[in-house]
Design a protein around this ligand. Structure first.
Ligand code: FES
Length: 268
């Protein structure tokens, strides 16, 4: 279920609004220009989180003060002990869309925040998650400790066959790595002559550059079969870079090397 809930720019940075989507109350928060959608119902006793306060990427419930990270739904402070379900947000043109699971649970758009074992691979398989991240070219210059520091910011999401994960022309929220299944890269999806550009399998990333900026996606990505992806949101990643400048320097080295290689190819 995808619903357009408003236009880009209508929600001021640092504010939260609530929307009714498929009978469900969903909160949308603007964190420094990045949008995050999550259940508007506090998991403690059900108060509206849209009436709470947003401090950076953490929302505080107005009733008893539970605090949640809006990007991942993870509980930052109790009394709540269960995380929030979070949802995909896409910007298409100037429209803001929120994706919710269908009633049959077949879309897999929502992250599994309420289930801690699925909310973040960091909680279940930190070593394997670090290995997955190590295979992302953008992270190729990072040492083990740096990779480990990124694990906490990952989440896992399941997509059903035929589900569009990324839409060409929209701005994505960040990086994905295929953990299982297969996805296809398609140019011109929805047009008269869509073309499959590539098929990505386990271990292959997409949306690397979306970690660094909100550029429009150059192609759509669609699941060919039920597929599980590891994800990382841009806002969370950039906030981490600000705290860890050495990490940012290593990423710059990778980007500089890529630029040099591209220049060499152009000269040849
Ligand atoms: S209802 Fe949110 S903290 Fe109690």
């Amino acid at each position: 279920m995808v619903k357009t809930v408003g236009k880009l720019g209508e929600l001021a940075p640092g504010s939260i609004a609530a929307f009714e989507v498929e009978g469900k109350s969903v909160a949308l928060a603007n964190v420094g220009g990045a949008l995050f959608a999550f259940d508007n119902v506090c998991t403690h006793r059900g108060c509206s989180l849209a009436r709470g306060t947003l401090d950076g990427s953490v929302v505080t419930c107005p009733c008893h003060g539970s605090r949640f990270e809006v990007a991942t739904g993870v509980v930052v402070a109790g009394p709540a002990t269960v995380g929030l379900e979070t949802y995909a947000v896409e910007v298409l043109g100037d429209g803001v869309q929120i994706s919710l699971p269908t009633s049959s649970g077949e879309d897999g758009q929502a992250r599994s925040a309420p289930n801690p074992s699925e909310a973040s691979l960091s909680e279940a398989e930190p070593e394997s998650t670090a290995r997955v991240l190590a295979a992302v070219p953008l992270f190729s210059a990072l040492d083990g400790a740096s990779l480990d520091s990124l694990v906490a910011f990952t989440f896992r999401r399941t997509f059903q066959a035929g589900e569009v994960i990324v839409e060409e022309g929209s701005t994505g929220n960040g990086l994905y790595v295929v953990l299982s299944g297969q996805v296809e890269v398609i140019k011109g999806l929805g047009g008269p002559r869509p073309q499959q550009a590539a098929i990505l399998s386990a271990g292959e990333p997409f949306g690397e550059m979306a970690l660094l900026g909100d550029w429009k996606r150059s192609a759509s990505i669609r699941a060919l079969e039920p597929s599980v992806c590891l994800g990382m949101d841009r806002w969370v990643f950039l906030a981490h870079l600000q705290r860890e400048p050495q990490l940012a320097v290593r990423l710059l080295q990778v980007l500089a090397r890529r630029l040099a290689e591209t220049n060499e190819k152009l000269i040849e």
